[in-house]
Structures are given as C-alpha cells and as structure tokens.
Design a protein around this ligand. Structure first.
Ligand SMILES: [Zn+2]
Length: 417
C-alpha cells in the first residue's frame, strides 16, 4: 500500500540541476487516437464497426475481419493481471533514472491483452485491475494498471506523480486573485496541499472583496502582477520565476457584445492585451525557468494551465470580441504546448462554458460555478489531462463542434440554443 507523499527536501542550490530526459515519444499516426482520448482523461480502444472486435495495439484494419472501419470507443479498462515484473535495468535514459520500474501483462475483459505500467498498490498476479490511459511526460498515451479498489494514498504513488501534476507540495502562481474564479482556484490549490500559492493582483491599491480572506491563508502570498504590462510580468518572473512549479493563467478581460454593439476598438484591444498578449508575456517570462526545472526531483516544475473559453472553438456573437481574443489565446497555447513538450512540461487548456460571474449575467443557466471550475482544474492537474471542458454547456458545445463545426456556427449565430 502506498503511504502518503512526504514533503521533498529543499533543493541544494550548489548541486547541478539534472537534465531532463523524455520517455520514448515516437508513435504512429493510428496510435495517436489513444493519445487524443487520454488527453481528455479517457481510455479508448479501436472497436470494429463490422464484427465488434476490440483491439490493441492500434492498427489500420481489424485484426479479426480486416475491415478498415474502426471507431475509438471508451473502455472500462477492467481486466486481470496475468503477470508482473520489476525492471532493474534499462538502456533508455528516462527509465534508467527511475529504476526499479514495475510493469505487467493484463488481459482486458474486452478482449485484448496489454502491457501496462503498474501502480505501487497493485500486488502480485493474478488479480483484478483497472487499466487506464494516461499521458506520460512526453505527452503520449501509456497504459497504467491501477488497483481495482481505490486505495487511500493512490494519487501519491510515484507513478501517479510522474504522470500527473498533483499540486501537493508544489509552488503555484495564480495570475489573478481578484476574480471569483481566481479565489476559488487558490482555495482549491490550498486544499489540495500546495506548498506556496503566489496570487497576482493587478491593482494592489484597490480594496477587493475576498482578497483579504485569501491573503490570510498561510500558504498564500499576494504579489503585484499586471499581465498587461511587460515590466510587471518580467519583474515578478525575476523574483519568483525560478521557484514556480505550476503556472495558472486565469487573468482575463471579458466584455459582452460583438462588432456592432459598441464603437471603436478600445474594449477589443483590452481583451487582446490581457487574454492574448498577457499569455504571450507570461510565457516568455516564466516559460524558460519552468523548462529548466522539469527534472528537479519529486516536486519538479510540471504544468502550465490556461483559462480559455468554449467560445474559443466557435464565435459566440453576443460575446464576439471576447470569443476572438480567446481563439487567439488558444492558438498561442497550442504553440506553448509544442514548445514546452521537449521539457516534459504539460500545458493544460481549460474551456469552460458560461461562468456564474458578472460577465455572464445575461446568459441563462446552466452555468459553471467558480468552485466547480477550480476543482476541474485541480482534477486535471492530478490526472494529467490536457484539455478540460468543465460543465454541461461546454460538454454540449464540444459535442456539437465535433459533430459539425458549421452547424454549430449557425446555431450560435442564431443565439446559441
Ligand atoms: Zn472486424
């Protein structure tokens, strides 16, 4: 049984920072289906449309009947561990640094037999296990054999910490603490056991509801941060950049209306300034230090979270300029993900629907509460999920966007229902 994860010792500043080695990342195009599902926290396998055979590893055609009509479908992952072994030697640099390493052969109830990394709480074969797909530090899906019953410190297992970005004992920067969402995120991080939470606030002279209560939490330090100012971002990076393990960029400007609803471009510029250029400034200032510390022991630098919007996928005309700024931010976040990948830093994009806050007052329910959004972010960090769509509306938009983006565009133009 894995025990609770204990706080890692402080880094010895005299020792050389270890170099980060990626786990093997090469995958064929077909195998990326497994990765795409894992990026959203799902374990999916190819199922044949003709004969219903479930297969693994992924292939171009059905193993049973050679039909090319294969669909990725979610799996329960239940199965029986047939054999387990502990690797004590590896020629691969990533695994060599992490030996000993346990793997096992699992016969899935769905049919195929797979080889999976084993959670520390999985005992000897034979026994029932659950197989899940997780992204490893190269961002590719790997299979993990988990204990059939949840165990108390499951998330603290070495393998889970390696595959996820659990905030426990980590140092986190939340870029905006003045919004209800920002404050909910801070509270969720503290509850999840974060060591230090730096909370940015753009206008320190302003008294704001809730910020004082946040500042009283022993883990929290308020820091001046205006993502609209290069100087402010660079100054803060100079102070804490070398210590941050997780960046959560939740700073945003959200105003209603599209093109015809107001005159001039001032509001649209402000949205771009914070939602798009803000991300760019933060990434330039904090990205390099984060990448440099990705091999730093058990509490290494690990993740970058962007609060985007479901409106980034398709423009919602009544929030038209905001949608455009979030679409720009999404594109930049994909660039950031590609640039962070070689260092094993995960970029998590969060796409909420309407949030229960002041800017979505006119939008009818259901809306996602700041608390639900915050716990979705902590859950994504823990489970190592890349793309998060919290709330019913976001899920529904995602489904409609996948089915047919053109139909969704027309529906949103007609008011979104
Ligand atoms: Zn078939």
């Amino acid at each position: 049984m894995s025990g609770p994860f204990v706080k890692p010792p402080r880094k010895n500043p005299v020792l050389r920072t270890p170099r980060f080695n990626l786990p093997p990342a090469a995958r064929g195009r077909v195998a990326l289906g497994l990765t795409a599902a894992a990026a959203q926290g799902k374990f999916a396998l190819q199922v044949c449309d003709a004969c219903a055979a479930v297969q693994y590893p992924p292939r171009e055609a059905c193993l049973q009947c050679l039909s090319p009509r294969l669909t990725w479908r979610a799996q329960t992952g239940e199965g029986t561990l047939l054999a387990a072994t502990t690797l004590r030697h590896s020629n691969d640099l990533y695994f060599r640094d992490r030996l000993p390493w346990r793997i096992g052969t699992v016969a899935l109830d769905a049919g195929p037999t797979v080889i999976a990394h084993l959670h520390g709480d999985v005992g000897d074969a034979p026994q029932r296990v659950r197989v899940g797909a997780r992204l490893d530090r190269s961002g590719q899906a790997v299979l993990v054999g988990l204990p059939y019953q949840e165990s108390p410190h499951m998330a603290d297992d070495r393998l889970m910490r390696e595959l996820g970005s659990d905030p426990r004992f980590r140092k986190v920067l939340v870029t905006d603490g003045k919004s209800a969402v920002g404050q909910a995120i801070v509270r969720a991080l503290v509850k999840a056991g974060a060591d230090i939470v730096w909370v940015g606030h753009a206008e320190p002279w302003k008294k704001l509801d809730g910020l004082d209560a946040i500042a009283e939490l022993p883990q929290v330090t308020l820091v001046p941060l205006d993502v609209g100012s290069e100087r402010s971002v660079t100054e803060l990076a100079g102070e804490i950049g070398g210590k941050v393990d997780i960046v959560i960029n939740n700073a945003e400007v959200h105003r209603t209306f599209g093109i015809g609803g107001r005159r001039g471009t001032d509001v649209a510029k402000l949205e771009m300034e914070i939602n798009y250029f803000g991300l760019l400034r933060l990434a330039q200032a904090f990205g390099p230090a984060l990448k440099g510390r990705s091999a730093d022991g058990p509490a290494h630098a690990t993740a970058w979270v962007n609060l985007l919007s479901i409106y980034a996928l398709s423009n919602f005309p009544s929030h038209g300029t905001f949608s455009a700024s979030k679409a720009a931010a999404l594109s930049l976040a994909q660039c950031l993900r590609a640039e962070m990948a070689p260092a094993g830093i995960r970029v998590i994009n969060v796409f909420p629907g309407p949030i229960d806050d002041e800017w979505d007052q006119q939008v009818p329910p259901p809306k996602v509460s700041p608390q639900a959004l915050a716990s979705a972010i902590v859950g994504a960090l823990r489970d190592g999920v890349e793309d998060v769509y919290p709330g019913d509306i976001a899920q529904e938009w995602l489904q409609r966007w996948r089915d047919n983006p053109k139909v969704l565009e027309r529906e949103l133009a007609a008011g979104g229902s």
